[in-house]
Design a protein around this ligand. Structure first.
Ligand SMILES: *Cc1c(COP(=O)(O)O)cnc(C)c1O
Length: 370
């Protein structure tokens, strides 16, 4: 008998969300971003759910290898490029394209490209300009020089940048300002552009991007972290974290629940103990009142209701006030987030964003990929 917690992955919802991305950018090609184990969904589920993509973007050669093992033969982009010169061999063997964002990566490519082992193989380069995010990329003043060097070595080059504020409309640098900074330098150079993440696709669809790079919207969550911001867009949740009630406690007025006795009650309540804790990836900072979806009578999901967390999250358990769900018994199925409860709403109650909850699913949680 294993613990009842399971991360359900809905590959049909992933395919649906990818089709929606295409509606936002009908002429663009799509890099489906599957870094961090496909935002916690597994590379294998991503290969299935996003089979209709044009390419997959990730960071890690081990994940690129797993992706090739699923049978994917199309493009793979390494979003942070090489971390060491030796990576060039794995990159060649796995036929990956790569971002170049730093001088030493240019040196490594230059050192290796004429080595006999390379025999003419040339990855496609995504040359990254820092247009104001100040994280990765060459400054606009240096960009042309790097472009000329790589162009001279025979690489095909796509122009790339990343926006800091695509989910805000009142912060600087704006998406438009960053895009203009890129255009000023690359306007007369050959090469396509890749600039749009999910927030850009949703809120700045006028920005041209030959290849778009959606991540979070493919997984049905909001780039801004607020579920209300994507209401009505038609995105579907792709991960449902579910478990069961493993114990019930009947409390009298004046009692408390869990470590530190954080939650105190002044009326009699019923507490359900659910097999899911921070060692499963559930956020330990979840506040009292964080919603948990309790399935309805006979375990029917759609007739269930949201009940509030009561008490500190433990390593292996959480405690929920189910006084308003009198049918709840030991064994009642529970959804922590997913189809019935927006991941962003749970994230909000814990001071984080849906991205982090997806990526945090712990190794000990089994997956069911459907
Ligand atoms: C992660 C990432 C993306 C995807 O961002 P979302 O906000 O998840 O859409 C796009 N581009 C780059 C370079 C990234 O690192």
């Amino acid at each position: 008998m294993s613990r009842p917690i399971i991360a359900h992955i809905h590959t049909d919802a992933m395919a649906h969300n990818l089709a929606l991305v295409r509606a936002y950018a009908p002429k663009a090609k799509v890099w489906s971003v599957i870094k961090a184990n496909a935002y916690g969904h597994t590379i294998e589920a991503a290969a299935r759910g996003f089979a209709a993509t044009d390419g997959f973007a990730l960071l890690d050669l081990a994940e690129a290898k797993r992706l090739r093992e699923t049978g994917w033969q199309g493009p793979i982009l390494l979003l942070e490029g090489l971390f060491a010169q030796e990576d060039l061999f794995a990159m060649r063997d796995l036929a990956c394209d790569c971002v170049v964002h730093e001088w030493r990566q240019v040196d490594w490519l230059e050192n290796m490209v004429d080595a006999p082992q390379f025999s003419g193989a040339r990855p496609h380069i995504y040359l990254k300009m820092n247009t104001g995010m100040n994280r990765l990329g060459f400054r606009p003043d240096d960009y042309l020089q790097v472009w000329q060097r790589l162009h001279g070595l025979g690489f095909e080059i796509t122009h790339m940048t990343h926006f800091a504020n695509a989910d805000y409309d009142d912060r600087q640098p704006s998406v438009d300002a960053q895009y203009q900074t890129l255009e000023k330098v690359v306007a007369d150079l050959p090469g396509l552009r890749t600039v749009a993440n999910s927030a850009t696709l949703i809120w700045h669809p006028q920005i041209p991007s030959d290849w778009v790079r959606p991540g979070i919207m493919l997984y049905g969550a909001s780039p801004s972290g607020a579920s209300s911001d994507i209401e009505g867009l038609g995105l579907k949740p792709t991960m449902s974290l579910r478990s069961e009630v493993i114990a019930l406690q009947h409390l009298s007025a004046g009692e408390s629940v869990g470590y530190g006795s954080r939650y105190k009650t002044d009326v009699p309540i019923r507490i359900a103990v659910v097999a899911c804790g921070y060692a499963d990836g559930y956020p330990r900072h979840a506040a009292d009142g964080t919603p948990v979806w309790i399935s309805g009578p006979a375990g029917q999901w759609s007739t269930g209701r949201s009940c509030p967390m009561a008490g500190q999250v433990s390593m292996d358990m959480i405690t929920i006030d189910v006084s308003d769900a009198p049918w709840v018994d030991v064994g009642t199925p529970v959804e922590l987030f997913g189809q019935y409860l927006a991941i962003d709403d749970v994230a909000n109650a814990s001071g984080t964003i849906g991205y982090e909850l997806m990526c945090a699913i712990a190794q000990r949680v089994p997956y069911q990929i459907r």
